[in-house]
Design a binder for this molecule. Structure first.
Ligand code: PHE
Length: 467
């Protein structure tokens, strides 16, 4: 149970609460959910099983696990170790944004301040004012990093596992309470139908004909989201697998982690999408425009939704951002811990010193992302702000390369049987044997390479992508 909780705590994060709802809203609601579920049950299952089994069979974290299996593939471990450090550096900046919102809602509830109103410009101005401030975004990410460091320094058992047992149930309860509240608001029904009933409207071009390009974009969007949300191809699940007992069933654990993670994503959509629908109808904003808010859905559109529900709005907002803070913290802790564990495994350094050293490195790297929309806005990397650049490099380039090479390695060199045998160590037969073999050898590498190609096209030739 501690293992499943820890892996779910890593998986459930900003990806579920911030990224999933805006992607689902943008890509047509129900149809996105159906595609996402199919991918989680096949591709996600295959990759998570592979990573956990590699960790458990080698008893190593990602840095050395691959080289233990095959000398020439050790470099995959090195890449896998750098990725968490890069991700956590910008993840903590978004964590800082969330803390800022938590504080703002607390001020609204307890101090009766009116920081974000229903007027269209209000929350947008609040958000852009904050992220472009000279120092505040860094200060808030530092608070977030320090809170994570405080838990990590206490160790896996006393810090991480204990905090998970408090934060994870709190997260579930808050998510359920808020979504029930939103669903019961008058006018929520239509939004609910858009979100849950699959229809192909979003796959039609302007002239009403079915568009393969839109379908491909929806599948690619869902696939990228799945990797991010399940913490795959970052080496995290290898490290977690190395902590798992031989008597525990990998197949069953993977299915449970997937269920938890997907449930929270779907509930996050229930909290947000019907609310956006009601707000759009009330304020006369075209639904399509409201649904296409993208990353701003949580930071700009949602505060307007809270403002439009009247006096309960700030309280719901406070509860919502408390939930997001918990989810973001448990994921950031897993990334931070992966770096600390790698360091402690390879140099003689005590946990406190390692936490301090890695924390300082994260804070240093975070500075770039934190100030990249404001004080350092004039500095760009290949035309990107730092945060977007780190996000692109990790999720769109390194992650697909790592995932494709892992599948090729396991499917063709190590052979799927090695993973299946590891999964059967617990005494249960591996039920998804056939699915696993076909996926890992053929389908997974192809799909993952498709993500890589499409992301590179999107970055380098945006006009081609928008066809
Ligand atoms: N899965 C986390 C989320 O959904 C993010 C994450 C990615 C955490 C990779 C660890 C490793 O927010």
């Amino acid at each position: 149970m501690a293992f499943i909780l820890a892996a779910a705590a890593s998986a459930i994060g900003l990806g579920n609460l911030w990224r999933f709802p805006y992607l689902a809203a943008q890509y047509g609601g129900g149809i996105f959910i159906v595609i996402y579920l199919a991918l989680v049950m096949t591709l996600g299952f295959t990759l998570m099983t592979t990573e956990i089994a590699i960790g458990r069979s080698t008893l190593q974290s990602q840095l050395t696990a691959y080289s233990r299996l095959h000398k020439s593939f050790g470099f995959l471990g090195l890449i896998g170790t750098l990725v968490p450090l890069l991700i956590v550096s910008y993840y903590c900046v978004i964590g800082g944004w969330v803390v800022k919102y938590l504080v703002a809602y607390a001020e609204m509830v307890f101090g009766n301040a009116n920081l974000m109103g229903e007027a269209a410009a209000d929350s947008a101005a609040f958000f852009s004012g904050f992220i472009s401030a000279p120092f505040a975004p860094f200060a808030y990410s530092l608070i977030f990093i320090l809170a994570c460091a405080g838990i990590i320094v206490l160790g896996v058992k006393n810090g991480i596992e204990k905090s998970n047992t408090i934060m994870m149930p709190a997260l579930f309860i808050l998510a359920i309470v808020i979504s029930v509240y939103v669903i019961c608001l008058p006018g929520a029904k239509e939004g609910l139908a858009y979100y849950l009933i699959p229809n192909t409207d979003s796959l039609r071009a302007a002239d009403g004909s079915f568009s393969i390009a839109l379908l491909a974009k929806t599948i690619l969007g869902a696939m990228g989201q799945m990797f991010y949300s399940l913490s795959l191809a970052m080496g995290i699940m290898i490290t977690y697998g190395s902590y798992m007992r031989k008597t525990d069933c990998i197949e069953l654990s993977v299915r449970r982690i997937e269920i938890f993670d997907t449930l929270i994503s779907v509930i996050a959509g229930l909290m947000i999408i019907p609310g956006v629908y009601i707000f759009a109808a009330k304020s006369g904003l075209p639904i399509k425009e409201a649904m296409n808010a993208g990353p701003g859905l949580m930071f700009i559109t949602l505060p307007k939704v809270f403002a439009s529900i009247g006096s309960a709005g700030p309280i719901i907002g406070l509860a919502f951002f408390a939930l997001v803070t918990f989810a973001a913290a448990t994921s950031a802790i897993s990334l931070y811990e992966a770096c600390v564990a790698s360091l402690c495994d390879h140099i003689r350094i005590d946990r406190k010193a390692a936490t301090f050293f890695v924390g300082s490195l994260i804070a240093f790297l975070a500075t770039f992302s934190a100030l990249g929309y404001g004080a350092w806005g004039h500095i760009t990397l290949f035309g990107w702000q730092f945060l977007d650049f780190f996000d692109f490099v990790t999720n769109s380039v390194i992650m697909p390369i790592l995932a494709a090479l892992t599948c090729i390695f396991v499917g063709w060199i190590l052979k799927p049987k090695a993973i299946i045998d590891e999964c059967e160590e617990c005494g249960h037969t591996f039920k998804s044997r056939r699915l696993y073999t076909v996926m890992v050898k053929w389908i997974a590498p192809l799909l993952v390479v498709a993500i890589l190609i499409s992301e590179v096209i999107r970055a380098l030739f945006p006009s081609l992508w928008s066809i």
